[in-house]
Design a protein around this ligand. Structure first.
Ligand SMILES: [Zn+2]
Ligand SMILES: [Zn+2]
Ligand SMILES: [Zn+2]
Ligand SMILES: [Zn+2]
Length: 282
């Protein structure tokens, strides 16, 4: 960004009278982009969006930076808490680029729609799909597998469409996760068994296969989980969600195989539970 407009407030949004001779034309996008640059935070270069607060001399910083500052980064004066209503009004009439524009998103939106879009933007980074560990890693889809192999090397990786996922010692107390990676059809899948308390305080198991790929790619697959006990069989078949959705959301929606501890006991041998995992193409 070459244009530093830090500290400069526009001299009030002047209402431009509609041009009389020419029809209103495409220029609007360019001017929206230029207007958006007036809202660049001088500290982080993100946008300063409503509510917009200014220092005693009229300088603006974004809400995030504001929380970490004790004085105005431009004039070193007190940050103050005076709202700039004119800038807020102006901001609401400007289209701002999505924060993932550098990653390829071409969408521009008014401030009120920006956060919602960014929460769902297909260009936003992927989070680490490894369950149970509080790994803060984020990156592109292509970088997910290298990350898993380097940082979560303990995860077992199995090749093949049909495998047995063996969860050892399922009677372990408290919440616990078992995970492995399965690779077939040129894709990688994350197989997870999670033991946790449900809303009624009862221990339950959730088993799921997620595609390390986009939601669209996930539509091309189905997976089947099979629990076998003495003369019993429980089968679950579904489309694997993409890791985009996140394991917490997926389990919250019960979009997985859910079973209780007594069923797990019926199918386990020596406290270990084998789940037959079959992945197929649609
Ligand atoms: Zn900032
Ligand atoms: Zn200032
Ligand atoms: Zn976007
Ligand atoms: Zn990770």
């Amino acid at each position: 960004m070459s244009r530093r407009t830090a500290g400069a407030l526009p001299a009030g949004p002047s209402e431009r009278p509609p041009s009389q001779s020419e029809p209103a034309l495409p220029d609007t996008t360019a001017s929206s982009c230029e207007l958006a640059s007036l809202f660049l935070c001088p500290v982080c270069f993100d946008y300063v969006l409503p509510p917009i607060l200014q220092c005693g001399r009229g300088h603006l910083v974004c809400g995030n930076c504001r929380q970490q500052l004790t004085s105005c980064p431009i004039c070193q004066g007190p940050l103050g808490s005076v709202r700039n209503l004119a800038m807020e009004k102006l901001a609401n009439s400007v289209l701002f680029p999505c924060q993932y524009a550098p990653a390829g998103c071409g969408i521009t939106l008014p401030p009120v729609e920006k956060a919602d879009h960014e929460g769902l933007c297909e260009f936003r980074p992927y989070s680490c799909p490894c369950p149970g560990v509080s790994c803060q890693w984020q990156g592109s889809l292509e970088a997910v597998m290298p990350h898993l192999l380097q940082q979560h090397a303990y995860l077992k990786a199995i090749q093949g469409e049909k495998t047995v996922f063996l969860a050892m010692d399922i009677n372990v107390s408290g919440a616990f996760d078992w995970a492995m990676m399965q690779s077939c059809f040129g894709f990688h899948f994350m197989v997870v068994l999670q033991k946790q308390e449900n809303d009624n305080g009862e221990q339950q198991f959730c088993a799921i296969v997620q595609l390390i790929g986009t939601p669209q790619q996930a539509e091309n697959f189905t997976y089947r989980l099979e629990l076998n006990g003495h003369k019993r069989r429980l089968t679950w078949e579904a489309t694997p969600p993409s890791i985009r959705e996140g394991i917490v959301t997926t389990i919250m929606k019960s979009n997985c195989l859910v079973f209780d501890t007594s069923l797990a006991q019926l199918c386990a041998g020596n406290g270990n539970l084998g789940i037959i995992v079959t992945i197929a193409k649609r």
